[in-house]
Write a protein that binds this ligand. Structure first.
Ligand SMILES: N[C@@H](CCC(=O)N[C@@H](CS)C(=O)NCC(=O)O)C(=O)O
Length: 327
């Protein structure tokens, strides 16, 4: 079965992000305090990468954030003013009702997806970047001049480890981060089985790497931990059931991954404070199909109808309890 969401063989298609600028001295977007704003959802793993990095770097007074409601509806991500939910906020800059309003303010001709995270420039009223992997790297270095030395020296993509980090991303992203989505939104039995086997063979590989270790690369925190953690913390909560990634779970099937995940959550506030289990669960189990501008369904967004089909009564499961085990 093929549609705009999947390839003819039923595998998931994921289009690239559209806004890919950087923040640099002498560029269109210069490093400045309180010039940029980060729009995020606590539900979204990609947005959570940027939240964690912002806290690790101590950028809270340099880049302010706004958290949307987890209850995505037919217009996409609503702000708290359009859809009240504990922890969801109104847009403090333009009182937008939806994230899509920001994209259309930035570019009225824009026809792509209205995704979070969004790194926004208040000066030019433009989306600077909407690709989380790139936003993480911007936050990692672009604002160091404004930070105290202990925060400026935090580096999650250190020069000497880049080859190792890049090599890990090569298989972790397709097989784990996007692997769970490939399983959850597969359009055929074969595509699903291929994806779910990729997920679990990669988790097996990761379990070996993390045995006896607190970090994936050497003995320091890098962006590999950040990127992987946002998927692992959602695994037993959402992907195990909702995306049918149920060969094993993390809590009982992967003791080293579980220990690594718990350690980051309980010993590093950047992880715990960037995690909101209610937003995570509500989003995945509740959300509707968003439509594009003019009420026309953006074909890619049809993937959210799957949530509606799988869980038509929008029941948000209570488990696992606790959401994350104590240390
Ligand atoms: N490549 C993007 C992907 C972001 C993404 O897919 N975000 C999802 C939420 S988890 C979203 O906003 N989807 C809304 C839509 O597709 O309309 C990134 O990593 O930043």
């Amino acid at each position: 079965m093929s549609n705009a969401l999947t390839n003819p063989d039923g595998t998931l298609k994921r289009p690239p992000s559209a806004f890919r600028s950087v923040i640099e001295k002498g560029g269109t977007y210069e490093p400045e305090k309180d010039r940029y704003h980060l729009y995020v959802s606590y539900a979204c793993p990609w947005a959570t990468r940027t939240l964690i990095t912002r806290k690790l770097k101590g950028l809270e007074d340099i880049i302010f954030i706004t958290v949307v409601s987890p209850r995505m509806d037919t217009n996409g991500w609503p702000f708290g003013s359009a859809n009240e939910f504990p922890g969801a906020e109104a847009d403090p800059l333009y009182d937008s009702k939806y994230v899509r309003d920001l994209y259309l303010l930035s570019n009225p001709e824009y026809t792509g997806r209205f995704t979070v995270p969004v790194l926004w420039d208040k000066k030019t009223r433009k989306v600077v970047n909407n690709e989380s992997a790139e936003i993480v790297r911007i936050l990692n270095t672009a604002f160091n001049e404004f930070l105290p030395p202990e925060k400026a020296k935090v580096d999650v993509y250190p020069e000497n480890l880049r080859a190792e980090i890049d090599a890990l991303h090569e298989w972790i992203y397709p097989n784990i981060n996007n692997g769970v989505y490939r399983a959850g939104f597969a359009g055929s039995q074969e595509a699903y089985e291929g994806a779910v086997n990729d997920v679990f063979s990669s988790l097996d590989r990761l379990e070996k790497i993390l045995t006896g270790k607190n970090y994936v690369v050497g003995d320091r925190l890098t962006e590999v931990d950040i990127r992987l953690w946002v998927t692992m913390v959602r695994f037993d909560i959402v992907y195990h059931g909702h995306f049918k990634c149920n060969i094993r779970n993390i809590r009982y099937g992967y003791p080293a991954i579980n220990a690594w995940m718990k350690n980051l959550y309980w010993t590093n506030t950047a992880f715990k404070e960037s995690t909101n289990f209610e937003h995570i669960k509500t989003h995945y189990y509740w959300s509707h199909t968003p439509v594009g501008r003019d009420g026309i369904h953006n074909p890619f967004k049809r993937w959210l109808t799957y949530s509606r089909k799988i869980n038509p009564n929008r029941i948000v499961p209570v488990g696992p309890q606790p959401h994350i085990e104590p240390l």
